[in-house]
Design a protein around this ligand. Structure first.
Ligand code: SF4
Length: 429
């Protein structure tokens, strides 16, 4: 007789990778995956704490699980658990851990099944070793994720992540290469790096860095695309830009968090660059990759942000010409420096500023996508839905093509129409 399980994942790609690992481990240990959490014997909630809203969603999920499935064994882990270990929702949680020991969840569950005793474990201090995990295959045949890094040492004044994810640490380069080789041999043509501060991969070792890893895996013939999902502007150095120029497998899509386009606000945020340094690097990148898809995050209504500061930030965003801005009204995180700063901005102003920036973002997006009208692009097909084939270009433009094309295959496509977040295309014979 086997037991069933379901995993609910909130938050970022790092959490998604870790959940995938937990799922694979449970399957290997004869647990069966069940589609609905309502009918599973075991439910794992992998929580997120990046904003107050993320905490609220995580808490709601925990309550929903207990309400809809009172008899299940509930396992709660992740950032919200780490951040709120002492004030979790008032429902029964069988196993409660933070971000460490996720790789041991199977043995913790097995131990629980024997002892039937509530299991709660957290560690003191930020420092720990990189917790090795390995995912062999992803459901998505095209794209595979690999967590190469964890933790952050930047302590931006608004961010809780360094407290809940700990110090920077990296996956050993040989293990990373081995894992990627296996994923490529299993048919994945695109590798996406994930991490909390991916750009700092390996730096603490003093032996290797992100570019070394990119170069090493570029040698795999069957690997067509390497995606660095997110990178800090301070991690983009000449070596990385040179790689962008020379290595066609390295995708032309970078998510480079700006957070504010106003120097005064950047300083208060404890970001380690100013707008001039940011723009100079972007210009260097555009020189080697003119079509690069540059996306970013911007916080509006940070403590002390005046109307003039906000306008400065908006003007800077337009100057950079992002293709997508994820706009976040500042969210006060207990335990961070910004939470106690004077001149907190009221909610109505934050909402108004967010609305204004979102409008600008829509214009910038349209502008970027319309540049590709009539262009020839290469599309890696990911799925076919209702007679439409869907895939992305190397610079992460979503392309829809009428008709059934072969999944996980590259096609040369002419862009016919451009919308604000996707384009339509026709295969070139
Ligand atoms: S770089 Fe800043 S915003 Fe990003 S995780 Fe680290 S502290 Fe948070």
């Amino acid at each position: 007789m086997y037991m069933t399980f379901n995993i609910i994942t909130l938050g970022c790609k790092v959490n998604a990778y870790e959940s995938e690992f937990i799922k694979e481990q449970l399957l290997k240990n004869n647990f069966k995956y069940e589609k609905s959490y309502k009918t599973s014997d075991i439910v794992i909630v992998n929580t997120c704490s990046v904003t107050n809203m993320a905490d609220n969603k995580s808490f709601k999920m925990i309550r929903d699980v207990r309400r809809d499935n009172p008899a299940c064994i509930m396992v709660v882990c992740g950032c919200s658990a780490e951040n709120h270990k002492d004030d979790m929702p008032d429902v029964y949680i069988d196993i409660l851990i933070g971000n460490r020991d996720k790789s041991k969840i199977v043995s913790i569950i097995k131990e629980y099944l024997i002892s039937n005793k509530t299991y709660v474990k957290f560690y003191e201090g930020r420092n720990s070793e990189f917790e090795d995990m390995k995912v062999e295959e992803f459901e998505d045949r095209t794209r595979a994720f690999i967590k190469i890094q964890d933790g952050c040492n930047n302590f931006c004044s608004y961010c809780i992540i360094p407290y809940v994810r700990g110090n920077i640490r990296s996956k050993d380069i040989n293990k990373a290469i081995e894992e990627i080789e296996e994923l490529v041999n299993n048919g994945h043509k695109e590798i996406v790096f994930t991490g909390i501060d991916t750009g700092n991969y390996g730096r603490e070792t003093g032996k290797y860095n992100l570019v070394d890893l990119i170069r090493a895996i570029s040698k795999f013939d069957k690997l067509e695309r390497i995606r660095v999902s997110s990178i800090e502007i301070t991690s983009i150095d000449d070596e990385f830009i040179k790689e962008l120029k020379n290595n066609k497998k390295l995708c032309g899509h970078l998510h480079v968090s700006l957070q504010s386009g106003c120097d005064k606000t950047l300083k208060a945020m404890n970001r380690k660059y100013n707008t001039k340094e940011y723009l100079d690097k972007i210009k260097k990148i555009r020189k080697v990759r003119p079509d690069i898809n540059l996306t970013t995050d911007v916080i509006v209504g940070f403590p002390g942000e005046t109307e003039e500061d906000f306008k400065e930030s908006v003007e800077f965003c337009k100057k950079v010409g992002f293709s997508k801005i994820h706009v976040f009204p500042y969210s006060k995180r207990k335990g961070t420096r910004a939470a106690t700063m004077p001149d907190q901005v009221d909610n109505a102003t934050k909402k108004e500023r967010a609305r204004e920036l979102i409008k600008i973002d829509e214009d910038l997006q349209k502008e970027y996508y319309s540049k590709f009208k009539g262009e020839e692009v290469e599309v890696l097909i990911e799925e076919v839905k209702n007679g439409v084939s869907i895939g992305h270009t190397e610079n992460f433009i979503k392309v829809e093509i009428k008709g059934k094309l072969e999944e996980n295959t590259n096609y040369k496509v002419k862009v016919m129409k451009a919308y604000s977040d996707y384009v339509t295309g026709k295969v070139i014979k």
